[in-house]
Design a protein around this ligand. Structure first.
Ligand SMILES: [Fe+2]
Length: 290
């Protein structure tokens, strides 16, 4: 059993994210240690546990400490014997087929924002990183909210963003020209995931802090406003939410276990690597309680 005083918290930037040094999360955490990790998670929004050696079972067990772990919709790329673990990779098998999701998430977003019950946290375990590229960018949406002008905070109070999985109706989320069958894909996805509304100013259920909850990938209009008014306001909010002053860039090392709080953080993949430079990541996702 790991004791709470067995690790150290080292901030990774001025705006958010911290490294947890000296904790092996493959071993069961006692209640006190979990409470300390959870507090660090709520305080820093993004946590990185370096040098982990984690089996899929170990990752699922760690993830379950934070809540309900989902089986992803994209189950084609889940591990065959661990459906909760989604593979993110540009590697291919002996038949030349991709073994994981290749190019997800290059536009700022919060995971599962298009669901009535979005993701609480996403947990990525990096087994292998490309020799260059592959960084993940994060923005602190508490700060984004707090640094909005007072008049803007008043204006968005009570307003709701409409979120969709489909890129077809979202001009802020262009579809890659290389992607075949994208239109059919999104029509199908949209049928399974009707639009959902979430408050733009969202109060965090555990910290009580308010964050700006919208993203160019999923939020495509504002409920109750004309398109003209809503588009201009959403453009402004989306631009603000991605500002450099709210950002942390994570440069991955092999063995990193990284988790972030989707309730107050947006993120995006930055790409910049190509086969045969291989990335291999195991993802688990924990649902919000709402
Ligand atoms: Fe994501």
């Amino acid at each position: 059993m790991a004791a709470a005083d067995s690790f150290r918290i080292a901030p990774l930037s001025e705006v958010m994210a911290a490294e947890i040094v000296g904790l092996d999360v493959s071993r069961p955490l006692d209640g006190e240690t979990f409470a300390a990790v959870n507090k660090a998670f709520l305080d820093h929004q993004v946590l990185c546990f370096r040098g982990q050696n984690l089996s899929p079972d170990g990752q699922i067990a760690f993830s379950r400490l934070f809540g309900q772990v989902i089986v992803h919709d994209n189950s084609r790329y889940a591990l065959a014997d661990h459906q909760e673990v989604l593979v993110l990779s540009n590697d291919v098998d002996e038949n030349g087929e991709h073994i994981g999701v290749v190019d997800a998430g290059d536009i700022w977003h919060s995971d599962l924002q298009f669901k009535p019950r979005p993701a609480k946290c996403t947990i990525l375990y990096a087994l292998r990183n490309p020799s260059r590229g592959g960084a993940t960018d994060f923005t602190n949406q508490y700060l984004a909210y707090e640094r909005l002008p007072e008049a803007m905070r008043m204006r968005i109070s009570g307003l709701r963003g409409v979120n969709s999985i489909s890129k077809l109706k979202n001009s802020r989320a262009p579809i890659s020209g290389e992607r075949k069958g994208a239109r059919e894909f999104y029509i199908r996805q949209e049928r399974e995931n009707p639009d959902v509304e979430h408050p733009l100013a969202q109060v965090h259920p555990e910290t009580g802090r308010t964050s700006l909850y919208c993203s160019p990938r999923f939020t495509y209009r504002l409920a109750g406003l004309t398109d003209e008014e809503g588009d201009a306001l959403l453009d402004e909010l989306v631009r603000h939410s991605g500002k450099r002053e709210f950002r942390y860039r994570h440069e991955w090392r092999d063995g990193d276990l990284l988790m972030w709080d989707n309730r107050c953080v947006n993120h995006r993949a930055t790409g910049g690597y190509a086969y045969p430079d291989i990335r291999l990541i195991h993802r688990t996702t924990v649902l919000d309680r709402r």
